[in-house]
Design a protein around this ligand. Structure first.
Ligand code: SF4
Ligand code: SF4
Length: 324
């Protein structure tokens, strides 16, 4: 147990660090010590401003609901959440004053949850101001910017509606943005990215659409336990047929071959399970095209699914390598 990390045991902390340590070329213990040092060297807790636009607060719930280790022990106790509409006790003018004071001082981690409407500012107004302008303003003095969840990253489900919903990168230019899609955000991705920033002062290495490579470097399909059925074209067509129980979900619309995320290995709900193992197929919520570009979700009767099969037939999706 480390005094600075309070209730978080070293073993639990390592769960968050596993990806980040490998990317940094550090052992998990070295990263643990680096983050502890960063927290110790600051006389104040690192400040966080968390804005919510067109969202369902699901990403906040995903984070707050983490059980083991308790993400809240780090996020709420070790960081200073200056502004967060859903969890802060203050409201009205007091809340807005806390926001303004923090933004003036600068140097905070800016987390944005929810998309930003650009068709008309009136689709999302907070404290009488367009959300778009609030995001632009808060980004200026931020030390790090994290687009939390699919909506803030690329527009997400609201982008299928009439508001012209976009992700943070469409309104904040010339600043690096850590994109953490999936719907909702995975709490390990969020906590791990914040730890990486605390340890290094920089964003983790990102892929071409701004996602940390340590979490979004492989497809769901690369690690799926139904994969041998895909390779042998054994596709589940009847949910009620026990013989098909473990077969590939391609015919049920699975977008795993086109979706980069580590859900198949990290899993969700404290490592309990994830979409494909629940029999639901991957909806592609980690990709910029989610939601419209992945629809319809539960049938292979879509352009994307046909493209996946065409690539399979052309040998462009190589079969799983035999274990050495
Ligand atoms: S298509 Fe989906 S269910 Fe089938 S192997 Fe790929 S990820 Fe798994
Ligand atoms: S398996 Fe697919 S749909 Fe499920 S959370 Fe991961 S990326 Fe999203």
């Amino acid at each position: 147990m480390n005094e600075l990390l309070g209730d978080i045991s070293r073993r639990d902390f390592m769960k968050y660090c596993a990806g980040a340590a490998a990317v940094l070329g550090l052992s998990e213990l070295e990263l643990f010590e680096k983050v502890s040092e960063a927290l110790a060297s600051s006389s104040t807790k690192p400040p966080v401003v968390w804005l919510e636009g067109q969202d369902c607060a699901g990403c906040t719930v995903s984070l707050a609901g983490a059980l083991n280790p308790p993400a809240s022990a780090l996020i709420l106790d070790k960081l200073s959440i200056r502004y967060h509409e859903t969890i802060m006790a203050a409201s009205g003018y007091v809340a807005e004053a806390a926001y303004e004071e923090t933004v003036r001082a600068g140097g905070y981690v800016l987390c944005v949850e929810g998309s930003i409407p650009i068709a008309d500012d009136r689709f999302c107004m907070i404290a009488g101001r367009p959300f778009r302008r609030t995001v632009e303003e808060a980004a200026k003095n931020a030390a790090a910017i994290i687009a939390v969840g699919a909506c803030a990253a690329y527009g997400g489900i609201p982008a299928a509606g009439p508001t012209g919903a976009v992700g943070v990168g469409k309104v904040v230019k010339n600043k690096p943005i850590i994109h953490l899609p999936t719907c909702p955000v995975h709490c390990d991705h969020l906590v791990g990215s914040i730890l990486y920033f605390l340890a290094t002062g920089t964003a983790p290495p990102l892929d071409k659409v701004g996602r940390p490579k340590m979490y979004f470097g492989e497809t769901i399909h690369d690690n799926c336990r139904r994969r041998s059925y895909f390779d042998n074209e054994m596709f589940l067509t009847d949910w009620n047929d026990p013989e098909q129980k473990n077969w590939c979900l391609y015919e049920k619309g699975c977008k795993g071959p086109d979706t980069y995320a580590d859900c198949a290995v990290r899993r969700w709900n404290d490592g309990q399970n994830y979409c494909v193992d629940c029999g639901a197929g991957c909806m592609g919520c980690a990709e910029p095209e989610f939601y419209s570009g992945m629809s319809p979700l539960y049938t292979a009767d879509s352009k994307r699914s046909r493209d996946i099969m065409a690539r399979k037939k052309a040998g462009l999706i190589p079969p799983l390598k035999e274990e050495a």
